[in-house]
Design a protein around this ligand. Structure first.
Ligand code: ZN
Length: 222
């Protein structure tokens, strides 16, 4: 029996309302095969970092390749939107506070991630956080399937059952560090299969059957 999210259906979200999440908390190395493909150990506790709200774009908007990087990659992820504030929560309290789930892309300048001690630059460029328009409530968070396609070719596929730390544990863990507030977005990590994006690509992240975000990739022409 899986854990279920609860929340209000039908709430229009960022792409429509232009309201951004107050913060975006991301989880690194949360799938064993991805940690392995990057040459990293599986973390003993969740590895978290922040993405700036200004990186958010909606479906259809372009991912702009920054001039500072020559190697930008997609990371398809299951995004969890918080509905009610969570502070020092148990797993059960965390589950009850979930508004819904959406497809998102934790776009990363991999070369800058490797050269910088902190990941703020590598993860934080404008347009580096495509998110689907609305969180989908009442899903079984332990059986979600995440798929990424580039130009129609499947690159990533995994289920939330493959996570090192399941979603309810991630939320409870984060809530012991910082209060999760309504509208905050938690990116739950990317599975194996990450790869480069070049201008002209179209990248799609799908939470199977429920949520999708699709974005073209362009050079920075400014
Ligand atoms: Zn990620």
């Amino acid at each position: 029996m899986g854990k279920h999210a609860s929340g209000n259906p039908g709430i229009l979200w960022w792409a429509v309302s232009m309201i951004r999440p107050g913060k975006i908390v991301c989880v690194g190395r949360n799938y064993r095969d991805h940690a392995k493909e990057m040459g990293n150990e599986i973390p003993k506790e969740p590895l978290i970092f922040l993405k700036p709200p200004s990186s958010v774009i909606g479906t259809g908007s372009p991912i702009v390749l920054p001039r500072a990087s020559s190697h930008v990659e997609f990371e398809g992820e299951i995004g969890v939107v918080i509905g009610t504030a969570l502070r020092r929560a148990t797993s059960e309290e965390a589950m009850a506070a979930v508004r819904g789930v959406l497809a998102m892309n934790d776009v990363t300048a991999r070369d800058l991630q490797r050269s910088d001690l902190q990941w703020t630059r590598a993860k934080g460029f404008d347009s580096f956080c495509p998110v689907a328009a609305a969180p989908i409530p009442d899903l079984d968070l332990d059986t979600l399937t995440i798929v990424t396609r580039v130009n129609g070719t499947e690159k990533q596929r995994a289920t939330s059952a493959d996570m090192v730390f399941p979603i309810h544990e991630l939320l409870a863990y984060i809530s012991h560090i910082m209060t999760l507030e309504p509208g905050d977005l938690v990116a739950t990590g990317t599975p194996a299969g990450v790869g480069p994006l070049v201008a002209g690509d179209v990248v799609e992240v799908i939470v199977a059957g429920v949520s999708r975000v699709t974005n073209p990739v362009i050079e920075d022409e400014e």
